[in-house]
Design a protein around this ligand. Structure first.
Ligand SMILES: NC(=O)c1ccc[n+]([C@@H]2O[C@H](COP(=O)([O-])OP(=O)(O)OC[C@H]3O[C@@H](n4cnc5c(N)ncnc54)[C@H](OP(=O)(O)O)[C@@H]3O)[C@@H](O)[C@H]2O)c1
Length: 428
């Protein structure tokens, strides 16, 4: 019997307990041991908790878990940075194998935690920290390991994907779609981390490490969220044959430079990522040799996340008492990603102009001065004397695009630049 100690007993812990108990005989057959949660650290013992099995002891004393010789694996499901980091470190120092669902801990403290784990000869599982139940960490670490990864495009935040899908299919505005997501439990009461792109940026740091074997810092990356995406943006991108997704993008260019960034992106409706709807997550990987791989599934929620944690527990047990080569992290080199201003993208520009003769000529002349050429243009009447222009540019270096837009804004025929969104996956 392998006994598990939990740090936290909230939504994800409940999901893990359900997965372990409902699949007890399957798990025992797979790894040769029964697996059971023995105890869990919580903040408040008096809190009413439904359906907690009698064999699980709750405690407010970390030592009840960390000093228990019967517990060989500690699972951190409390969230946040502190005291989760200190408790996870103490578990490692107590020679317990650890599993965490905490993207922030892994994104910010991975090097420290893995060095500590190496010193104390224990393993760390973090499958649940990105993509919920989708086994993407193991796929990148093991399944795709013979191949050089060239690019990763991830829809790694279920909240923003749900909101964008609702804007598109239910014709809701951003704030109404956010409220709906909160009502259904797909968005937190404080949605900042999700809608600002920060959650996706932390996950991209982990994917960079596992996929490209590089260490990047949040401060070196550009990330944008979806708060400025409107129903009009999605309607107009639909008219042009695209949909909008929040993508976490990692790419190694042929000149060896790395690009890591998070931003809303217009994706052709024919691309597999365009079909990832609502709370689902997906990552689309381009690798030498294998080509394109798409992994998709439930990116959050107690059961999918519990499943990923349980798979790490099984993995640790399968490897036996000693740390094998599977657990040793390949050395990751620190890199500074290319500044987003120096990357190339196609852009979608939506602008309101006066409905007068010569407007198109003015716009294309000013953009042309900055080497911005137009791949597609649609003019739509809006109301009396105004029109809306929808432009898709050819790929252009971002600094030039921004300079061109600043100059276009000064023209009297331009009434508003409504949106500026990057397009496509290939020219990043
Ligand atoms: N929700 C998802 O879909 C999802 C998906 C992937 C990863 N995750 C990650 O999974 C982790 C857990 O999420 P969750 O939704 O299960 O959180 P949750 O429901 O808020 O549960 C947190 C648990 O940790 C305990 N806790 C918090 N701070 C503590 C402290 N200082 N000392 C002792 N106990 C403490 C709480 O105790 P009380 O019960 O006494 O308050 C609670 O039992 C987070 O890192 C989250 O990012 C979540």
């Amino acid at each position: 019997m392998i006994k598990i100690g939990l740090l936290g007993y909230g939504n994800i812990a409940e999901g893990l307990e359900e997965i372990l108990s409902k699949n007890a005989s399957r798990i025992k057959k797979r790894c040769g041991h029964a697996v059971e949660i023995k105890s869990a650290l919580v903040r408040d013992l008096s809190k009413v908790r439904k359906g907690i099995p009698p064999h699980i002891q709750l405690t407010t004393h970390p030592a009840d878990i960390l000093d228990d010789p019967e517990i060989s694996i500690v699972v951190e499901v409390m969230g946040g940075e502190h005291p989760a980091l200190e408790l996870l470190s103490d578990a490692i120092k107590a020679k317990k194998h650890v599993v965490t669902a905490n993207k922030l801990l892994i994104a910010v403290h991975k090097e420290y935690l893995f060095d500590l784990a190496k010193t104390h000869a224990v393993k760390i599982g973090f499958e649940a920290s990105v993509g919920g139940g989708i086994p993407l960490i193991k796929t990148l670490k093991v399944g795709l390991s013979p191949n050089e990864i060239e690019a990763i495009y991830g829809i790694v935040n279920g909240t923003t994907n749900f909101i964008l899908s609702q804007i598109e299919t239910e014709k809701k505005e951003f704030h109404t779609a956010l409220k709906h997501a909160q009502k259904l439990g797909f968005a937190e009461a404080d949605p900042h981390m999700d809608v600002s792109g920060l959650d996706a940026a932390y996950k991209l740091i982990i994917l960079a490490n596992v996929g490209f074997k590089v260490n990047i810092q949040l401060s070196d990356m550009s990330y944008e969220g979806i708060t400025s995406i409107s129903k009009d943006d999605i309607d107009c991108s639909n008219q042009l044959g695209y949909t909008i997704k929040l993508l976490a993008i990692g790419r190694k260019r042929s000149d060896g430079q790395y690009i890591f960034k998070v931003h809303p992106t217009l994706i052709p409706k024919t691309h597999p990522l365009a079909h990832i709807q609502n709370e689902l997550n997906a990552i689309y990987i381009q690798s030498k040799g294998l080509g394109e791989t798409l992994l998709s599934g439930k990116g959050a929620g107690p059961l999918p996340t519990g499943s990923a944690i349980a798979s790490d527990i099984i993995d640790i047990i399968l490897d036996g008492p000693h740390t094998g080569l599977r657990q040793v992290e390949a050395p990751a080199k620190p890199v500074t990603p290319l500044s987003i201003d120096l990357t190339h993208s196609q852009f979608f520009i939506r602008l309101t102009v006066t409905d007068t003769l010569g407007v198109l000529e003015t716009v294309s002349r000013v953009l042309g001065k900055h080497h911005i050429s137009i791949a597609k243009l649609i003019q739509q009447p809006v109301k009396k004397n105004t029109a809306q222009l929808l432009i898709i540019t050819h790929p252009i270096i971002e600094s030039e695009l921004k300079a061109g837009i600043e100059e276009v804004k000064k023209e009297s025929v331009i009434l508003a630049i409504n949106s500026l969104i990057r397009v496509g996956l290939d020219e990043n």
